[in-house]
Design a protein around this ligand. Structure first.
Ligand code: C5P
Length: 254
């Protein structure tokens, strides 16, 4: 006798698969002279490895595509081989481009077909907690085309007419209402087809992927970000990042 209570294969929801593209091909000039930013150490471990671990910490993530400095793919591959990463996660390394946008596109081009959700995460945000990653993935699974984690701002923001000579005073042209502003972080999450279309359509210089989806006329939604998802940009950020790691070690000790 057949078991009629068992759903047919077609009725079983197929688990959506999630991949992460990590653009890590930037030079990081604002951090001062030295190795490409993603390869600089935080507590002895390259920032990129922290970022990859932060993504692989999510059980939903089964592939991480690292977009490496064009002359550094071999080094990045051996770094990934040398550091313990979860077995459930696969890795790919591809060479990056001139701009962040180009690097992300090169990462997308390398994605195998069976991933429906794609996250894009800056290597420069090595300490994002797993709950933030999972929150972004969940919002895409719930039907959003594009999701960004973000925080309210502490500072008031002014729009200025940028000076043509460095150091000249810049006239303020507007003060957007702070309560309506959010500081956007990564990982940003996307329905794969939407992100690919955005990268094929939008050619303007942009600083994040979600703004490309906005330019397609689609809605991008915001979920809560986290203060530990800050971007390591300037030398002081390295000090802060090491302090966060020290606090985690202390907390893990109890
Ligand atoms: O320069 P910015 O801080 O906005 O870079 C954000 C991320 O994009 C960094 O992780 C950086 O390595 C990456 N990037 C890249 N290719 C470039 C420039 C930046 O992958 N050509």
């Amino acid at each position: 006798m057949s078991d009629v209570s068992r759903p047919s294969p077609a009725a079983v929801p197929v688990e959506t698969r999630t991949a992460v593209v990590i653009p890590a091909a930037g030079k990081g000039v604002r951090l001062g002279p030295g190795a490409p930013k993603a390869l600089r150490a935080l507590n002895g471990t390259p920032m990129l490895i922290h970022a990859v671990r932060a993504m692989a910490a999510s059980r939903a993530v089964s592939l991480v595509v690292v977009v490496a400095p064009p002359d550094g793919t071999a080094e990045v591959k051996s770094l990934l081989d040398a550091h313990a990463l979860p077995e459930r996660t696969d890795f790919l390394v591809v060479p990056g481009g001139e701009t962040r946008q180009e690097s992300v596109k090169l990462g997308l081009d390398a994605l195998p077909p069976d991933y429906d959700i794609v996250l894009v995460h800056d290597a420069a945000r090595p300490l994002v907690p797993v709950d933030t990653v999972d929150g972004v993935i969940e919002a895409v699974r719930d039907g959003a085309s594009a999701v960004v984690p973000a925080l309210p701002l502490a500072d008031t923001v002014k729009e200025v007419e940028p000076a043509t000579v460095t150091g000249e005073p810049e006239p303020v042209v507007a003060t957007p209402r702070r309560a309506r502003l959010r500081a956007v972080q990564t990982p940003q999450g996307f329905d794969r087809a939407t992100l690919i279309r955005a990268h094929e359509t939008v050619t303007d210089d942009v600083t994040d992927d979600a703004s490309m989806v906005e330019q397609l006329g689609l809605t991008v939604v915001v979920v809560p970000g986290h203060e530990e998802a800050f971007k390591v940009t300037r030398p002081l950020d390295l000090v802060l990042a090491e302090a966060v790691l020290a606090r985690r070690r202390l907390n893990d000790g109890f």
